[in-house]
Design a protein around this ligand. Sequence first.
Ligand code: ZN
Ligand code: ZN
Length: 340
Amino acid sequence: MAGSIRNMAWSLLVGVAIFLSIGLGLPGVAASEEHVVSGEIVVTLLGTGGPEPTAARFGPATLIQAGGLSLLFDAGRGVTVRLYQLGISSGKGIDAVFLTHYHSDHVEGLPDLWMTGYMFGPFGSRSRPLRLWGPSDGKEPSGAARIAKGLTEAFSDDTRIREADEHVTPIATEIEARDFQPDRVVFDESGVKVTAFTVDHGDLIKPSVGYRVDYGSRSVTLSGDTKFSENLINYAGGTDLLIHEVFAMSPQLATLPQLKPVADHHSSPEQAGEVFSRVRPKLAAYTHVILLGTAVEELLSRTKAVYPGPLVVGEDLLRFEVGDSITVKRWDQNLRKYSD
Ligand SMILES: [Zn+2]
Ligand SMILES: [Zn+2]
């Protein structure tokens, strides 16, 4: 009896908490789940790290909002947590997910995003399939479709239970995968055009793409994971904001043969700097920041030796508002809002 009263009290508390959280949009009280509808492109770096499971930088994930759409590029570790910090639902708050390639650090947050997104609550409540775009590797089913099929099978117990128990709509548990050939427009909705282009992440890591997002006269380009890439420079021509990966080692570590294969798949600060100086964006920014035995100051000085233009080293939740000019905003975790 005591147990059932405790259970009732607990249910009541959970009910009130859910009610409050839905009503107030907790926990990102000051943030808004409203989609952006203006002439701007708003870019938020949700995760700026790589495979290292560090709390300082979550896995690669970038949110691009334009034309009333919220598009997610890569779904690295912790993406669902970062979205929730901003008060954005992993379910109804995301219109499409685009993968740059199939390395684990870019995909491992996807099961969480998908499953949390179909649960009831301010963090979920998706009422349609999760839409997933990924580059085709020529196999059948390829890339994104294999992930969709595998996840659906691996977690079929959860979807079956929640559909029966919590009345989650079956369509919300579906993943609609779309594989594409790169070097073309792969998405065109509400005035937002997404172009995928081939990059060079090494001979064994194919397909790998970067993305360019155009909306009105604004544009943002994401390098994905790549070595120095001429194709990236071509596709990024005239872009406002160029967000590039970087891998920087101290001179001592650079001599270690064990690190050479990894370094060969990425761009050094000097190589990224050359890309920036050829493209000349309004603003250059780093994400997928991997620093081995070196620091941000060193990364900046090595880049600036090649590229003296405007440059920002990304950090998780850093936001760019791309309008006539580009405004950079930092997330204040205490105030739970962006500083002005
Ligand atoms: Zn990566
Ligand atoms: Zn990679």
